[in-house]
Design a protein around this ligand. Sequence first.
Ligand SMILES: C[S@@+](CC[C@H](N)C(=O)[O-])C[C@H]1O[C@@H](n2cnc3c(N)ncnc32)[C@H](O)[C@@H]1O
Length: 258
Amino acid sequence: MPVRLMSRSSATRPYKWLAEYYDKVFTFHHEWFEAVHAKLLAPVMPKVSVACDLCCGTGATAVHLARQGIRTYAVDLSPGMCRATRAKAREAGVRVRVSRGDMREFTLPEPVDLITSECDAINHLPEAGDLPRVAAAVAAALRPGGWFFFDVNNRAAFDTVWQLNWWIDRGDVSVAMEGGSEGDRAWTDVHWFIREGGLWRRHEERVEEVCWPASEIKDVLRGAGFDRIRCWDAAPLLNNPMTRPGYRTFYLARKAKQ
Ligand SMILES: C[S@@+](CC[C@H](N)C(=O)[O-])C[C@H]1O[C@@H](n2cnc3c(N)ncnc32)[C@H](O)[C@@H]1O
């Protein structure tokens, strides 16, 4: 299928249908991410008593943190995602303080020890040039010596898996995704099919991502006051055949102790 370029303004933000059906359709990655999270964060977790999951989606990571007895904040731009996180926390019987906010300018009521942002959430920025604002907002929300853990999709993923089309069928909810990319931008047109009695209702949504070379991400983190930066290629960690070497990177950055 030829790549179709659409104007950026066609992106649907914040996500509405994704918030409503995310947990029905995208169930497969949480287990992988939790395993990586446990492995890479093991050395810092003993010092974490307050944390925030940034771009929390439907709240899986926030609830996971809160279950460990960590005082947990969660931030997302999408009101639907915030609602879903509150509902998930209620159901799990844990407290998560959820607020709607933009990763480029969010603030928290107290300094936190750890900020996580998982499943390529940072790539969802409208412009690659917004990354320094995110790094600055994260640094401001962390205590000195606090940690920022996140993962990003790289250009190699945009050039390959983001070109593909996908179909996922979950009975009453089915989704067709048409992907494409050009340079440091990638997109997926998401066509939702929702069964309503004997009929199917169709909704449209677009997800867009931007990406950066690793050198730029590290420069931005250093510029925001992070003094220790580690990164890992995701391929050997995720054990998922769709994640080839170079596609995704996990980062763990420490805010300088001063
Ligand atoms: C791929 S989802 C990842 C969700 C979650 N972190 C997970 O692991 O399942 C990306 C999330 O980023 C949120 N998001 C996108 N742009 C944002 C922004 N500027 N500020 C805060 N959240 C944003 C979306 O609403 C969505 O919940």
